[in-house]
Design a protein around this ligand. Structure first.
Ligand SMILES: Cc1cc2nc3c(=O)[nH]c(=O)nc-3n(C[C@H](O)[C@H](O)[C@H](O)COP(=O)(O)OP(=O)(O)OC[C@H]3O[C@@H](n4cnc5c(N)ncnc54)[C@H](O)[C@@H]3O)c2cc1C
Length: 232
């Protein structure tokens, strides 16, 4: 098993309760976009706590980063308290949620924190100028709960389209409302038959989207990749 010690260099507030934790990238540290690893942090007293997180950073960036919602759990509370300069341990890099140059057209479907692995891939495509046409379908509670909103909306490339859907929008919201559903997917992805599909987020959400794609739209399972954020 590989292991690295990485130093916390920045905490970035993404929404009111969502933060990115950025670490120095060890020399010769390689990973693929959308992969994940285990982040071990010191427990109060002795021992360690660990959680798996997808990288929200892209391998093209000089740091490594993950992003999470700060909740009441022991892990999240300890994580939030870590001071800059603290060194933590990470282990083997895993996961197959990565675009490759062989893919021409793709749809990412994410809700909430599921954006992390998609953001890693999208940033990789932009930085490497890989010619992949991307549609991102992104579900959130409301406009204030959208992590990476400004960054994603600032992407000007013709081959990137972003569609938001909000479950609890304010009254003035003119876009899609509700949860990710068949109608929203078919409207936003008219060329759905030509695309590969990447779904990431809490297991219940990934299962729900898989069901819509395979049972209602008849997308073959072989062209769907999934990352289940087990424990979320
Ligand atoms: C491949 C992968 C990628 C992930 N990427 C992200 C990410 O980018 N951002 C993010 O915020 N989270 C991610 N997660 C989830 C993350 O590891 C945490 O489980 C999650 O953030 C909840 O942590 P918590 O401390 O708030 O809840 P906890 O208090 O740890 O857990 C909440 C509930 O889930 C149960 N649970 C916890 N872990 C597991 C497990 N491994 N299997 C089954 N049940 C479990 C607990 O028993 C509890 O009931 C990922 C998980 C996986 C497997």
């Amino acid at each position: 098993m590989s292991e690295w010690n990485v130093k916390l260099i920045e905490k970035i507030e993404r929404t009111k309760d969502t933060k990115s934790f950025r670490f120095e990238r060890p020399e010769n540290f390689t990973y693929l976009p959308g992969q994940f690893t285990t982040f071990y942090i010191p427990k109060e007293g002795n021992g360690e706590l660990f959680h798996h997180f997808s990288f929200s950073s892209s391998p093209t960036e000089p740091f490594i980063e993950f992003t999470t919602r700060i909740r009441e759990s022991e892990y999240k509370q300890r994580l939030d308290q870590l001071s800059l300069g603290t060194t933590i341990r990470i282990s083997t890099i895993l996961g197959k949620f990565s675009l490759t140059k062989k893919i021409n057209k793709v749809v990412f479907i994410c809700a909430g924190i599921g954006i992390t692995a998609a953001r890693s891939n999208i940033k990789w495509v932009i930085d490497t100028q890989t010619n992949i046409d991307i549609i991102l379908l992104y579900g959130n509670r409301d406009l204030n709960n959208i992590a990476f909103k400004n960054e994603l909306e600032a992407i000007k490339q013709n081959n990137f389209k972003l569609f938001h859907i909000l479950s609890h929008p304010t009254e003035d919201w003119k876009g899609w409302k509700g949860r990710i559903n068949e109608h929203f997917i078919l409207y936003s992805v008219p060329d759905w038959e030509e695309r590969r599909w990447f779904i990431s987020g809490p297991p219940a959400m990934v299962d729900m989207v898989e069901k819509i794609l395979t049972e209602d739209i008849c997308v073959p399972m072989e062209i769907i990749r999934e990352e289940f954020y087990i424990g979320y």
